[in-house]
Design a protein around this ligand. Structure first.
Ligand SMILES: *Cc1c(COP(=O)(O)O)cnc(C)c1O
Length: 476
């Protein structure tokens, strides 16, 4: 078996695959947005070819490409108005192919100094954009926002309880508690669970009528916990809540974390990207006061998936949290002032995650990105306007391009939003979701795709109106 394949075989496979991928990229919009979920059929397709001997190469590739084309919610589709799953940037796609080919090992600096310095450069660039003091910026790429949020909780624990690294929670002799918005991403809550604090140590703080954490309620809860003998150590503000796009009042929360000596983490996995939009960056005011930030390049910046960052202005904390020495790790750069990423990360062997962002920024510049984010914000405004004109009411309140909306006449009708949403999905013409806001089941549409424009918005609103009429008909 020639694992290298021959040059001729490789050339043919590359050229064939390029045509297939380009065809998908260029014609995504012609596919139904979501698939039939017939699990038996899907398993039969996956298991169609015996794995014992393998099949012809081109046949194998066709099989995979067809399977993905047929059975997937096509998040790169311009009518996908769902969660923060973008259409990948083209340079991001190229970057993933380059990364897979060179396969840089990001555990040690000396194995891939270029790749490591690319990631360090991006960490400094974004840290500065968020307003961290230049000389203090540190950070690391992570698989996702969930990993970055877990990194944050671990850093906060190590910062507040120096003995935690050796004795674990059992040895610190205190009852640590942390705070987040009731609308925060569940990876925050799970982070509390994973690191041994337990779910009960995570205090969700109620939100106001704009779905933002209420600083007054946060202060009350901290006071109560202090008098009950708990040790408040961390608060997590969300900048761009996953459901509604709400941005917690970071300056007021920072006043409290500074007063009480808590670590402040801002989960800006999605919303952090508005820092690049000159018109909207003020929404993140105060983010420079955070000790750490989660930012996902695979959300609004449209890097292919798996490109998160953890940023901090406590330059020692990652080492204190994750450094461990290992005899088998390369030591060529021992005398140089460099950091081996495995000493800064939950991961050990790691993919060159930063390249997807680096190549994209090399193509478009931060300015190009700023324009893209700005345009998506405008398309979001257009969507909200069109929905209102058609009798839909907004239930969330955000300047980010997320609309949670309903026909107010059906606000109390259980199942209305779900029924309309299902009709939209079944049509294959668009993807939206259902999200409860202030006790009302609403329809949720979010612009996540740099290829969605006014035309797609008009199509979506027409489709929603039609599904609404169908629902009424089926009820009468
Ligand atoms: C998506 C998201 C996360 C989780 O990030 P992953 O990259 O999916 O792991 C965390 N917080 C917020 C606000 C998010 O939107």
């Amino acid at each position: 078996m020639n694992f290298n394949l021959t040059p001729k075989e490789r050339q043919e496979l590359w050229s064939q695959l390029l045509l297939q991928l380009e065809n998908y990229y260029a014609h995504t919009s012609e596919l139904p947005v979501s698939p039939q979920l017939d699990r038996e059929k899907i398993i039969a397709l996956v298991e169609k070819h015996s794995l014992s001997q393998g099949i012809a190469h081109q046949q194998a590739i066709n099989h995979v490409v067809e399977g993905l084309a047929q059975y997937a919610v096509h998040t790169p589709h311009p009518m996908y108005f769902g969660l923060f799953n973008p259409r990948s940037t083209f340079p991001g796609i190229l970057a993933d192919a380059i990364t897979a080919t060179f396969n840089p090992q990001m555990a040690a600096w000396s194995h891939n100094p270029f790749a490591n310095e690319v990631e360090n450069f991006l960490v400094r660039e974004l840290g500065e954009k968020f307003g961290f003091p230049k000389e203090k910026i540190d950070g690391v790429f992570a698989g996702g926002g969930a990993e970055a949020n877990l990194t944050a909780v671990l850093c906060a624990l190590n910062h507040q309880f120096p003995e935690y690294a050796n004795t674990g929670l059992a040895g610190i002799g205190k009852k640590p508690v942390m705070y987040c918005s009731a609308e925060s991403h569940h990876s925050v809550i799970r982070a509390g669970r994973i690191c041994g604090l337990g779910l009960d140590a995570v205090r969700p703080i109620p939100v106001d009528d704009k779905q933002r954490m209420q600083p007054g309620r946060l202060a009350q809860q901290i006071d109560k916990d202090l008098s009950d003998g708990y040790f408040p150590f961390m608060a997590i503000a969300t900048a761009g809540a996953t459901g509604t796009g709400a941005i917690d009042p970071i300056p007021e929360i920072a006043n409290l974390t500074e007063r009480y000596g808590l670590w402040l983490h801002v989960d800006a996995a999605y919303g952090g990207a508005v820092i690049l939009d000159e018109e909207k960056k003020h929404l993140l005011q105060g983010i420079d006061r955070a000790h750490s930030i989660t930012f996902d390049a695979h959300k609004w910046l449209s890097a292919p998936m798996g490109a998160a960052m953890f940023l901090t202005r406590e330059p020692e904390i990652l080492s204190r949290s994750f450094r461990i020495t290992a005899d088998y790790m390369p030591k060529e750069a021992q005398s140089m002032p460099v950091t081996d990423p495995f000493t800064h990360s939950i991961q050990w062997s790691r993919r060159f995650t930063g390249l997807k962002l680096y190549l994209s920024v090399l193509f478009f510049g931060w300015e190009g990105y700023g324009q893209m984010i700005n345009r998506q914000n405008q398309i979001g405004d257009f969507l909200k306007e069109e929905l209102r004109k058609n009798g839909w009411k907004m239930y969330n309140d955000t300047e980010l391009p997320i609309a949670c909306f309903m026909d107010p006449r059906y606000q109390q009708t259980a199942g209305f939003a779900r029924a309309v949403c299902d009709k939209v999905l079944q049509s294959g013409k668009a993807w939206i979701s259902v999200y409860p806001v202030g006790g009302v089941e609403t329809l949720r549409a979010c612009i996540t795709n740099y290829a969605s424009g006014e035309e797609e918005i008009l199509k979506l609103v027409t489709l929603l109106n039609a599904c609404h009429r169908e629902y009424q008909k089926s009820m009468s």
